[in-house]
Design a protein around this ligand. Structure first.
Ligand code: NAP
Ligand code: ZN
Ligand code: ZN
Length: 353
């Protein structure tokens, strides 16, 4: 066992404080990673504040969140073949799965029907709690570790491990590309990656944001159009316009209004996971043979494909790097939609703890 420094919420909604815990010794297929950077995902906020407790089997405290982990291999077990000491690697939202079910076999470990081991707020195969990336190091089986693009800065790539893959996967699955009109609802951590990746895939991208405050940024990231949803006339103007809408909003909202913006046979994919349930009117769907779908991150193979795609197209995240001591303030700013566009914790700041 090795002692690991981190930051934890000791109970739901408690502010983060320094916390020391144990990681397992690397086994023969494990890699020990020195964590250099970890992004702050809105899911960290939902979970550390107990906002998903109605949907999860349990919320485990103390909770060390963080599933946008970028670091360097510090040690490798005797049977590790894919990585060596010094490699730049990443860990996303899960660190293991059953490996034998139909979904695991087809590379959809995030939909494992037996047991996806989430990176934090979960239990490993031995029933021990998992702790995430707001910490100095992590030990993970090599099959659940990703190789980071070597031509892009490590800090700006950390959020690809969740925000990047969460948008890449549905954009690919619903075939965003040339000739397709795609809307991204919400320009936060996920949304800004949707704009960049959607643009790199060749789709026409429109941002639907609460205001026009982020318009210049959105256009710089590759958006063709940018509208403020506070202006009701856009819902008339854009009626029936989009092939695909990806909704990244973290708060409850009226999804029916957005379904009406889809063409016949269009799809709205929900990736934002608000605390409460949403009412859907049948008319919003049946009048245009529309689909409402959901999507969760991506499997290991697809996440590696996304990282390689981002390296090739030089797509990285827009980040604000902070010391870990500022994590509580950062959460408040994310809640105000005041993040440009992902906070990334510099783990060197833990040393001064
Ligand atoms: P974020 O950075 O806070 O971005 C969310 C954006 O939603 C905000 O920037 C804001 O964009 C918009 N928004 C916030 N409150 C709103 C409101 N009341 N009405 C309308 N729009 C609002 O969060 P994130 O990290 O991107 O995560 C977004 C959601 O996705 C969270 O619920 C998170 O848990 C979930 N998530 C899901 C997956 C998955 O696999 N499905 C993966 C990661 C995260 P504007 O300022 O542009 O309006
Ligand atoms: Zn996330
Ligand atoms: Zn499985």
């Amino acid at each position: 066992m090795s002692q690991t420094k981190g930051y934890a919420a000791m109970t739901a909604k408690a502010p983060f404080t320094p916390y020391v815990f144990e990681r397992r010794e690397p086994q023969e297929h494990d890699i020990a990673i020195d964590i250099k950077y970890c992004g702050i995902c809105h899911s960290d906020i939902h979970q550390s504040r107990g906002e998903w407790s109605d949907y999860l089997e349990e919320s485990i405290f103390p909770m060390v969140p963080g599933h946008e982990i970028a670091g360097v291999v510090a040690a490798a077990g005797s049977k590790v073949r894919k990585f060596k000491v010094g490699d730049r690697v990443g860990v996303g939202c899960f660190v293991d799965s059953c490996r034998t079910c139909v979904e695991c076999k087809r590379g959809l470990e995030q939909y494992c029907t037996v047991h996806t081991v989430w990176t934090y707020n979960a239990r490993d195969k031995e029933g021990k709690p998992t702790y995430g990336g707001y910490s100095s190091k992590i030990v993970v089986d090599e099959n659940y570790v990703l190789r980071m693009p070597d031509n892009l800065p490590l800090d700006a790539c950390a959020p690809l491990l969740c925000a990047g893959i969460t948008l890449y996967s549905p954009l690919k699955h619903w075939q965003a590309g040339p000739g397709k009109k795609v809307a991204i609802v919400g320009l936060g951590g996920l949304g800004h990656m949707g704009v960049k990746i959607g643009h790199a895939l060749g789709a026409e991208v429109t941002v639907l944001s609460q205001s026009l405050k982020k318009q210049d940024d959105g256009k710089r990231m590759g958006a063709n159009h940018f509208y403020a949803t506070s202006e009701p006339e856009i819902f008339t103007k854009l009626k029936g316009y989009f092939d695909l809408i990806i909704n990244t909003v973290s708060a409850n909202m009226d999804w029916n209004q957005y379904l009406n913006l889809l063409k016949v046979d269009g799809s709205m994919v929900i990736v934002g996971i608000p605390e409460r349930q949403t009412l859907i009117g049948a008319f919003s769907l049946v009048t245009g043979r529309r689909s409402l779908a959901g999507s969760s991150i991506g499997g290991i193979q697809e996440t590696q494909e996304m990282l390689d795609f981002c390296g090739k197209h030089r797509v990285a995240c827009d980040i604000e790097v902070i010391p870990i001591q500022k994590v509580n303030e950062a959460y408040e700013r994310v809640l105000k939609s005041d993040v440009r566009y992902r906070f990334v914790i510099d783990m060197a700041s833990l040393k001064s703890q």
